[in-house]
Design a protein around this ligand. Sequence first.
Ligand code: G
Ligand code: G
Ligand code: MN
Ligand code: NA
Length: 250
Amino acid sequence: RDLELDMRTAITEGQFRLVYQPQINLRTGAWAGKEALVRWEHPTRGAILPGEFIDIAEETGLIIPLGEWIIRQAIHEAVTWEEPHRIAINLSPIQMRNPNLVGVLTSAIINAQIDPQRVEIEITESALMQDSESNVEMLHRLRELGVRIALDDFGTGYSSLNYLRAFPFDKIKIDRCFVSEMLDRSDCQAIVRNVVMLARALGMETTAEGVETQEQYDWLKRHGCTEAQGYYISRPLESSRASEPSRDPS
Ligand code: G
Ligand code: G
Ligand code: MN
Ligand code: NA
C-alpha cells in the first residue's frame, strides 16, 4: 500500500517514463508500429514493472491520471520519431469507463497534430467482459476519432469469439502463451494458425506477441500472420532509440 501513496506523487514528479517495443510487418520486414509500455523509476526502490503497479493503479483509480499521462506522452513522443510508425497504447478497462477518455485522446491528437490513423488503442478481452454494452459503445466513439483498435492478449479471456462479433477490430494480438509454445505443442500451433485465418476472414490484422526465435518468426511469416512483436525483433526501446531505422531481423 506504500506504493499507492508513492504513485500519487510519482506522476507530478516525473518518475514514469515510456519505452517502446517495435512491431514488425512480416511481409515487408519493416517496422510498422511500436507499443508504449510504462516504466516507473521509483526514487528508492528503483525500477518497478507495470505488473507490480498497474493493478494498484486500477484499484485506487490512479490509472485515470496515469493513463492520461501515458496517452499524452506516447503521442507527444511518437511525433518526434523520424519514421511515422504507429503508436500502440494500452488502455485499462477502467479507462474505458471514463467519459473523459474521448476528450483526452482528442486533445492529445490535436495538440500533437498526429494523423489519428497512426494511433492504435490496445484493449483486452477483460475490458469487454465487464459492462460490455457501454464498452462497445466507447469503442465506436474512439473509432469515430479515426484511431485504430486492437484486441490485446487474445485467447486468454472468456468467450473471445463473441467479442469479434460485437466490434470490428482492426487487429487481433495473439497472446504470447500460444506463440511461445506453438512450435512444441500441436494444440498451440493449431490455435495460432486458426486465429490468423479467422482474423483474415474477418478483415482484421494479426500481431503475434512474444516472438523470441527465428523459427517462430519464419513460421508466422509463412502462415500469413501480419505482424510480430517480441524479443527476437527487439526489446522495448527508449523513445530516442525508437526512431532508429527499421530492420528485418532475419
Ligand atoms: O511492460 P511489461 O512487459 O512489463 O507489461 C506488463 C503488463 O503491463 C502487460 O500486460 C501490459 O499490457 C501492461 N502495461 C504496460 N504498459 C501499460 C500501460 O501503459 N497501460 C496499461 N493499462 N497497461 C500497461
Ligand atoms: O500484455 P502485453 O502484451 O501488453 O504485455 C507486453 C509484455 O510482454 C511486456 O511486459 C513486455 O516486456 C513483454 N514482452 C515483450 N516481448 C516479449 C518476449 O518476446 N518474451 C517475453 N517473455 N516477454 C515479452
Ligand atoms: Mn499490449
Ligand atoms: Na498482450
